[in-house]
Design a protein around this ligand. Structure first.
Ligand code: NAD
Length: 287
């Protein structure tokens, strides 16, 4: 009779062990005050989205995660459950109406929203047509806006909510070959600048998290394009890139996720409409 509970007990135990191991590594787990809340984390089977989901799971947040491919998404969900939280995995394309409806329906009540989707491909300004811009804006501007529009009324009603949009360092300093990204994400940033100030009085904090180069599949794909174009090895391209980053390395999904979790915490009620840059110092500016 008690046999049914064994897998759950094991998962709970593994989560506790993970937290103890983290503490032993000298990393204290700060109380973010969001244990038991429910978060949607989009595009979270790997990379930065998974990093954010993991950061929130460590803080005791129950999750609804999505990505297009079921296999890797289910694997990610299994890993996240080891932190002792509930995880619902919805295999869908978040840039479609059907995908967004499936994720929102699965979550029901939403306290925290982390928006994310794949980034547009690199290219040259002379090649991009209207359709390319529409695709980029659908994924990286209109999808996060639609999700915010859907969850904000509930957050306002309960007097508490957190939204973190994963955008890009390209919002602070444009990257020539990523013009589609520059364009779509800057549009989202403008929307957030206004909307965040409108909803702040209801205890809802909307902010953006801007990744510089991080060691994920997206970085590998950009690096391999670069390597081909310059006839260099992947190591040479990576070394060239690291030389432009004051921190001297690529960021990790785990440190990105920890920052995201903090931006979803009780501690950021006074952080409104900000663009938090995580780029190892690569973008040179005084403010
Ligand atoms: P990644 O390729 O490692 O992971 C992308 C994740 O998104 C995967 O889980 C994939 O399944 C999911 N996904 C992609 N399109 C989706 C869709 N339409 N619907 C549902 N799920 C979808 O990418 P990443 O490095 O984690 O990047 C995340 C975002 O951050 C991207 O928009 C990227 O352009 C941006 N970004 C990344 C970097 C970096 O260095 N990694 C730098 C700047 C900006």
């Amino acid at each position: 009779m008690y046999g049914d509970y064994v897998p759950y007990a094991l998962l709970y135990l593994m989560g506790k062990i993970a937290i103890v191991l983290e503490k032993q590594k000298g990393i204290d787990v700060m109380d973010l005050g969001i244990k038991g809340k429910t978060a949607i984390v989009c595009a979270a089977s790997k990379g930065l989205g998974l990093g954010c989901a993991e950061g929130l799971a460590k803080a005791g947040v129950n999750l609804v995660i999505c990505a297009r491919t079921k296999g890797p998404l289910d694997e990610a969900a299994e890993k996240l459950r080891t932190y002792g939280v509930d995880v619902t995995a919805v295999a869908c394309d978040i840039t479609t109406d059907a995908g967004r409806t499936a994720v929102l329906d699965a979550a029901g009540h939403v306290d925290i929203l982390v928006t994310n989707a794949g980034g547009p491909p690199p290219g040259h300004w002379s090649d991009w047509e209207r359709e390319d811009f529409i695709k980029a804006m659908d994924a990286n501007m209109l999808t996060p806006i639609a999700l915010m529009k859907a969850v904000l009324p509930g957050m306002i009603e309960q007097g508490w909510g957190r939204v973190v949009n994963i955008t890009s360092q390209s919002v602070k300093g444009p990257i020539g070959i990523l013009g589609l990204s520059n364009t779509a994400r800057t549009g989202l940033t403008g929307y957030v600048a206004g909307t965040s100030r409108d909803v702040a009085k209801h205890g809802v904090a909307i902010n953006n998290l801007l990744p510089g180069i991080h060691a994920t599949d997206r970085a590998v794909s950009l690096d391999s394009g670069n390597a081909k174009a310059k006839n260099l090895s992947m190591e040479e391209v990576k070394a060239e890139r690291c030389a432009t980053i004051p921190a001297g390395r690529y960021g990790t999904a785990s440190e990105f996720g920890a920052t995201c979790a903090f931006m979803c915490s009780q501690h950021v009620g006074y952080m409104i409409g900000q663009n938090v840059l995580l780029d190892g110092g690569a973008t040179v500016s005084t403010m």
